[in-house]
Design a protein around this ligand. Structure first.
Ligand code: VGL
Ligand code: ZN
Length: 233
């Protein structure tokens, strides 16, 4: 008799755990990748590669959206462009070249950028409250390769991103940040290719160039990435 009571009690307990644990478990399967919200990409910090529209009000909007997602239980990850000073993507490391020139190197197309996000410099810092993030995934550390994507560099070397997301049971991602037509696009496309269900929040992104930004949004839609104007709910 006592055994029966114990079994019934255990069953009720198990049902209770399943009923109440399920919603948060579902929510925890959704991750957020905040792409490259760093001083050098922003007008707010007078960045060397400041993207149009990245004033303090944009940073505040991104921070508020990210805090609200954190409060709802989403797991938040940051990507961080993190270059050595002799990085291949800096025009200053190619004699006779100017900023924004495009070259062919090692069979790849490389945009030559002003030096930016140099490791351990003030403007390489992620501008949002660092307590929002579960982890920071640094990219572009290898001087030989650029890395717009938070998942892998142009040489094909993976970052820890995919493993990190898998370890947390994440299968769906919300992605936003800077720049729409470079690092956001590359990160979203690689996420979709790796099998994540991706939603991009357009209103929390800024692009380097209006034309390539329109193209990037279309390219992402074509790859079944959901593009939403603003964060919902
Ligand atoms: C980025 C250019 C160079 C970006 C990074 O975050 O989109 N763009 N490095
Ligand atoms: Zn870079």
């Amino acid at each position: 008799m006592e055994d029966v009571i114990l079994i019934v009690a255990l069953l009720f307990f198990a049902m209770h755990v399943l009923t109440f644990a399920e919603p948060t478990e579902t929510k925890r399967r959704i991750g957020v990748i905040v792409v490259d919200i760093q001083g050098d990409f922003t007008a707010a910090k007078n960045g060397s590669l400041a993207v149009e529209g990245t004033d303090q009000s944009f940073i505040d909007k991104v921070e508020n959206a990210t805090s609200s997602l954190m409060r709802k239980g989403y797991l938040i990850f940051a990507t961080q462009d993190w270059h050595p000073s002799d990085h291949i993507s800096f025009y200053t490391n190619h004699s006779g070249k100017k900023a924004f020139e495009v070259i062919q190197i090692g069979g790849r197309t490389q945009v030559l950028w002003p030096p930016h996000c140099i490791q351990n410099t003030e403007n390489a810092k992620v501008l949002l409250d660092n307590r929002l993030f579960q982890a920071f995934v640094k990219k572009g550390k290898d001087k030989r390769f650029d890395s717009y994507s938070g998942f892998k560099d142009d040489g094909g070397a993976n970052t820890e991103m995919d493993q990190l997301l898998k370890r947390h049971g994440i299968r769906e991602l919300i992605i936003y940040g800077i720049a729409t037509d470079y690092c956001v696009k590359a990160t979203a496309i690689d996420a979709a290719a790796a099998g994540y269900k991706v939603t991009l929040i357009e209103g929390l992104c800024k692009g380097v160039d209006p034309e390539t930004t329109v193209g990037a949004l279309q390219q992402m839609k074509d790859l079944r990435i959901k593009v939403e104007k603003e964060l919902r709910g």
